[in-house]
Design a binder for this molecule. Structure first.
Ligand code: C5P
Length: 234
């Protein structure tokens, strides 16, 4: 049975400032999405990559993949995405061929995840976990607050013990049937796929993530990403 990756890349990237959809912005001259596709195809376990493009941008994304050198042992598919990340992932899952048993979901916005992290996630699923997420300890102390209007002081409600918290990254890995069932049943707004599996009552485990798997969200993250690429080249 094969392992496939779904890459949701249909977001606008509003927090990054004005410009092209986030996944199509360049890092050192190469679109973030291409970096992300290469990061997934670098794993020998991965035999199919499904890119979920902006709803009207599938032809453009297809051309982009054709224009860049990618590993030949991997197949590539492009499908149009939806209004939300959740919908985009579901559209990617719908495109998977029957022989795929393990599915990774990886944000285009995490272009620099090392191959060792990808392999660790795949291995944990193949060892029997139905849902696996890479994660790192937090540097910051985290507080739960009562949200107020922007700029207004917010009352603190609690400070969870930092040692028990993890910041979650992607690729997240799943037994295909479990993830498909989660996307068919869970309708709440969630920010990652593993939390949908949690709603099913299925176990989710954490494996070590990597600092280079950070999400490019704000303008400063672009500076950091280009610095990481420069360091790799040095
Ligand atoms: O907005 P956020 O950073 O959480 O987006 C995470 C990933 O989900 C990005 O790779 C983005 O392109 C993708 N996404 C999507 N479809 C949407 C919204 C976001 O594929 N409608």
């Amino acid at each position: 049975a094969r392992t496939a990756v779904v890459i949701p890349a249909a977001g606008r990237g509003v927090r990054l400032g004005p410009g092209a959809p986030k996944a199509l912005r360049a890092l050192n001259g190469t679109p973030m999405l291409i970096h992300a596709v290469r990061a997934m195809a670098a794993s020998r376990a991965v035999s199919l990559v499904v890119v979920v493009a902006p709803p009207d941008g599938a032809p453009e994304v297809k051309n982009l993949l054709d224009a860049h050198a990618l590993p030949e042992r991997t197949d590539y598919l492009v499908v149009p995405g939806g209004e939300t990340r959740q919908e985009s992932v579901r559209l990617g899952l719908d495109a998977l061929p029957d022989d795929v048993a393990t599915v990774l979901v990886h944000d285009a916005a995490r272009p620099l995840v090392p191959v060792d992290t990808v392999d660790a996630v795949v291995e944990a699923v193949r060892d029997g976990a139905v849902a696996v997420v890479p994660a790192v300890p937090l540097a910051d102390t985290v507080k739960r607050v009562e949200p107020r209007e922007k700029g207004e002081p917010e009352p603190v409600l609690a400070t969870p013990d930092r040692a028990t918290l993890r910041a979650v990254q992607t690729p997240q890995g799943f037994a295909r049937d479990t993830l498909v069932r989660a996307h068919a049943t869970v309708t709440d707004d969630v920010t990652d796929d593993a939390s949908m599996v949690e709603r099913l009552g299925e176990p989710v485990v954490v494996v070590p993530g990597h600092e280079e798997a950070f999400k490019v969200t704000r303008p400063l993250d672009l500076v950091l990403a280009e610095a990481v690429l420069a360091r790799r080249r040095a």
